[in-house]
Design a protein around this ligand. Structure first.
Ligand code: IPM
Ligand code: MG
Length: 359
């Protein structure tokens, strides 16, 4: 059966890294029996330039009709002064919310070949394998009321609302426990229950859901401590589950433990295994168009897509193996390069992965 993939490169390096992932998908189509149809759409700043909206109707329709979405990255200096309602990031947030992609899976895995690329000591990070499960369609990112208002004395006041319903906490907790069941069966729920009522409820609901998963060892941690523990002794964690904003922050922190944010994929899932797959890094406008960005996170996002949305575990493993192969060949983009490696550009890295797939 043909699967439909909506391909949304976005802005900045999104364009060049997604092109490499498309090469990989084309190779899987031609040589490995994947039957995927790809259609491109505009999102982010490039969409705004062309249509006046960071998430045009046509793109939303394409994404809604697809079995999976492959996204590059959005944003750039050029659009930073736009009104917040039409900024590139709104395109991404709109996709997450319109497609109800409430569960964001962000693995932080250290490739042994890159142990020296981490800023932490090798013994602290070697063997690192964490999965962060971030709630993605609620919390302070979407809570109402929000805005900037003027007080009676003329002073401005900005405000956002941290808000979660029990049902929203329950569904993300279930995803986290299910994820833990497939791994080391340890789940750490991160909150700020000592200060924020909303996350006090979070803790209570996660505790309740845990009754359905007696095999999973559940712990709770305040977010400030979790940030510290992530850099102090990251290997204590297996799966972490947390709110939208805490997950945004902790996942960048966890990513850096692995040496390069350019290596990490992510999946944002709805309740039916439909997902949007994207590297966890941003659009890096400072290096866009120079053929130096690392396409491996996007290629690894394709692997996640094959596994979770396209029911093609075998091909997912093949893609991951191909990435492992190119690292073993010492091929490195600039972000993961150290002396003695062979430095390659974005496109050459994509070609190398395709060659490894075919070999
Ligand atoms: C991420 C990004 C986004 C977020 C931005 C680009 C809106 O930082 O995916 O982590 O904050 O969720
Ligand atoms: Mg982020």
């Amino acid at each position: 059966m043909t699967k439909k993939i909506a391909v949304l490169p976005g802005d900045g390096i999104g364009i060049e890294i997604v092109a490499q992932a498309v090469k990989v998908l084309e190779c899987l189509n031609s040589d490995f029996g994947l039957n995927a149809e790809m259609e491109q759409g505009l999102v982010g700043g490039s969409a705004y330039d062309e249509t006046g909206s960071p998430l045009p109707e046509a793109t939303l329709k394409l994404a809604k009709e697809a079995d999976a979405v492959l996204l590059g990255a959005v944003g750039g200096y050029k659009w930073e002064s736009l009104d917040i309602s039409v900024r590139p990031e709104k395109g991404l947030l709109g996709l997450r919310s319109e497609l109800e992609l409430f569960a964001n899976l962000r693995p932080a895995i250290l490739y042994p070949q890159l142990a020296h690329a981490s800023t932490l000591k090798p013994e602290v990070v070697s063997g690192l394998d964490i999965m962060i499960v971030r709630e993605l369609t609620g919390g302070i990112y979407f809570g109402q009321p929000r805005g900037v208002r003027e007080l009676e004395n003329g002073e401005k006041q900005g405000f956002n609302t941290l808000i979660y319903k029990e049902s929203e906490i329950e569904r993300i907790a279930h995803v986290a426990f299910e994820t833990a069941m497939k791994r080391d069966k340890r789940l750490c729920s991160v909150d700020k229950a000592n200060v924020l009522e909303c996350t006090e409820l979070w803790r209570e609901v996660v505790e309740r859901v845990s009754k359905d998963y007696p095999e999973v060892e559940l712990s709770h941690m305040y977010v400030d401590n979790a940030a510290m523990q992530l850099v102090r002794a990251p290997k204590q964690f297996d799966v972490m589950v947390t709110t939208n904003m805490f997950g945004d922050i902790l996942s960048d922190c966890a990513a850096m433990l692995t040496g390069s944010i350019g290596m990490l994929p992510s999946a944002s899932m709805d309740k039916n295994q439909k997902g949007m797959y994207e590297p966890i890094h941003g659009s890096a406008p400072d290096i866009a168009g120079q053929d130096i960005a690392n396409p491996l996170a996007t290629i690894l996002s394709v692997a996640m897509m094959l596994r979770y949305s396209l029911d093609a575990e075998e091909l997912a493993v093949k893609v991951e193996k191909a990435v492992d192969d190119v690292l073993n060949q010492n091929l490195r983009t600039e972000d993961i390069y150290t002396q003695g490696d062979t430095k390659v550009g974005t496109s050459a890295m994509g070609d190398a992965v395709v060659a490894a797939l075919k070999s």
